[in-house]
Ligand binder design. Structure first.
Ligand SMILES: *Cc1c(COP(=O)(O)O)cnc(C)c1O
Length: 554
């Protein structure tokens, strides 16, 4: 399919995680975008990526001894990884022309597939010093700054692809940040809404109304001027405020949520739109640790470009599965003992929880009853590993980190608990592969999909999770892992749901999970194999991209 003269799918995303040294991502959305690019390259799909260069990164997290998050600029040097192209376009911002250039990064697969990714940059000669900063910080600054970034991404992205002579068969908006691309097409195509819709695909990731990007029309008028008539904008982007999700919904004819349940809740939130479901996946090779890679290479050759083969995991002897896991666990525990100066043990049941520190993820749920946690630990020792950044303006999220630090202090003579600094791709890969159990306790229905549990499954790490997002589809109780709390369909009060979640968390940990881990190793290895054979074989981005190709791109 790789043919330069063929039309491309243009995949737009505010963040893309390509490697640990390229700081153009903050979390799950960016990692998904990176996995999309990697699978597309493996599968030789005719796809190009468009994003912002974010030269000063998201931020580097430092944690004080009492868990206060300090944020530092996280600059990186694009010239080390990519090439600045000579082409230049302009976008209208506050009635001036802001100049935009692009850096080209080629994501090259072992299969020979190549996916070019264009990173837009306003740090260009001719721009004011303020405009040069538009593409500096990912998710930084105020609303005005965000609006300018989205103008560069959407409008600048379309213009840059045109300038580069890339012919586009479909534009794919990964979340609403890039919805101005559809507005640019609308302007270019003389307000032909049907034509624009025929060319646009929108993937929504946000399960709650408050999470969608919105801008006041006063701000839009100030920044975007009379780029399109205000009445037109209001009719497609919302009467009171410009809602980027509405804009994308109204200008796309294929819309999807990122898990089955998420598409249902999106339909409730946006009645009148057909919203499909393509459940997320992760890039199998990237998220499988070295010891499991070699095991799969030995027994399931070709797995990396055909992850469905993992369904045949039973051809691998139990001892080798356990040894591969012990290797990953040792590498994590050695790392932790070195960087945090602790003395965690490779023999102890190790539970991991690492993701964005924000309220709905409920990182502190496991500390709801310290007496119970202590009791479990006396019978069957446990150790806990945490990591995650809070967005600089998420004060609640920062407080959660401090709370975890205070629990670490309180329990320090009994239970070993660490919080690792600066969660990034490298830390994620190490932590997720090296623990025994991957804990996930979101407040339903706020986890649209979640992907870290899929990464865990690829490494034989067993999921223990609230039934939300992808886990509703991956979960078979006691076989692929364990649920926490009632099924989302059960109509019960919030208080009852919460107390049943806490009960389940402790009961299953005390009476099922820890005893199985310590005393029934063969059953434990069965659960590990089921994670690989019944989860990883399906929840990967190769399957996801094949579905986008068949259902959305063609
Ligand atoms: C996979 C990943 C995430 C997403 O984790 P969830 O638990 O699905 O929210 C976030 N950050 C990093 C660095 C990741 O690798």
């Amino acid at each position: 399919m790789q043919n330069q003269t063929k039309q491309k799918v243009a995949y737009f995303s505010m963040e893309i995680a390509l490697s640990n040294d390229i700081h153009t991502y903050s979390g799950g959305l960016g990692v998904l975008a990176g996995d999309t690019i990697r699978s597309s390259a493996d599968l030789k799909l005719p796809l190009v990526g468009v994003s912002l260069i974010s030269k000063k990164g998201y931020f580097k997290q430092e944690l004080t001894p009492d868990g206060k998050q300090m944020e530092h600029e996280d600059p990186w040097d694009p010239a080390k990884f990519m090439q600045l192209l000579p082409e230049e376009v302009t976008v209208p911002i506050q009635s001036r022309d802001v100049h935009v250039k692009a850096w080209l990064y080629n994501a090259v697969s072992q299969t020979g597939g190549v996916v070019p990714v264009y990173f837009l940059d306003t740090d260009v000669e001719g721009n004011s010093s303020e405009d040069k900063e538009i593409t500096s910080f990912l998710y930084g600054g105020d609303e005005r700054y965000r609006l300018k970034q989205e103008i560069v991404l959407g409008i600048g992205g379309v213009r840059m692809l045109e300038k580069l002579g890339i012919s586009v068969r479909k534009y794919h908006m990964n979340e609403g940040h890039s919805a101005f691309l559809a507005l640019e097409l609308l302007r270019q195509w003389e307000m032909d809404v049907d034509k624009v819709r025929d060319n646009c695909i929108f993937t929504t990731h946000t399960p709650v109304e408050s999470g969608h990007d919105k801008f006041s029309y006063d701000l839009v008028k100030e920044v975007l001027g009379d780029y399109v008539p205000l009445e037109v904008l209001k009719s497609i982007g919302g009467e009171d405020q410009l809602n980027m999700t509405r804009l994308a919904l109204n200008l796309s004819n294929y819309i999807n949520g990122v898990a089955k349940r998420h598409s249902e809740s999106s339909k409730e939130m946006f009645p009148g739109y057909e919203i499909y479901a393509i459940t997320n996946g992760i890039h199998s090779y990237t998220w499988t640790c070295a010891s499991f890679r070699s095991l799969y290479d030995k027994y399931l050759p070709g797995w990396a470009n055909e992850p469905n083969l993992l369904v045949r995991v039973d051809v691998i002897p139990d001892e080798e599965i356990w040894q591969a896991h012990k290797d990953a666990k040792k590498s994590l525990i050695d790392h932790i003992n070195k960087v945090t100066n602790s003395d965690m043990s490779i023999e102890t049941l190790t539970i991991g929880f690492a993701r964005r520190a924000t309220e709905y993820k409920r990182a502190t749920l496991i500390f709801s009853d310290l007496q119970r946690l202590r009791r479990i630990n006396r019978k069957t020792p446990i150790q806990l590993i945490f990591a995650g950044k809070a967005h600089p303006k998420d004060y609640q999220g920062k407080k959660i980190i401090e709370q975890i630090f205070s629990y670490i202090q309180k329990l320090k003579d009994e239970i070993k608990i660490v919080y690792l600094e600066n969660y990034d791709l490298e830390t994620a890969a190490k932590v997720i592969a090296g623990v025994d159990v991957w804990l996930n306790t979101p407040h339903p229905p706020f986890e649209a999909s979640g992907t870290s549990g899929m990464k865990a499954a690829h490494n034989g790490v067993v999921n223990f999770s609230v039934l939300d997002g992808w886990w509703i589809e991956g979960w078979i109780e006691g076989i692929t892992g364990w649920s926490i709390g009632p099924h989302p369909e059960e109509r019960i009060s919030q208080e009852e749901r919460n107390s049943r979640e806490i009960d389940d968390l402790y009961n299953k940990l005390e009476y099922i999970i820890a005893p199985m881990f310590y005393a029934k190793r063969d059953e434990w290895i069965r659960a590990m194999k089921n994670s690989i054979g019944k989860i990883a074989y399906y929840f990967n981005s190769h399957r996801m991209m094949r579905r986008y190709v068949i259902e959305a791109y063609f």
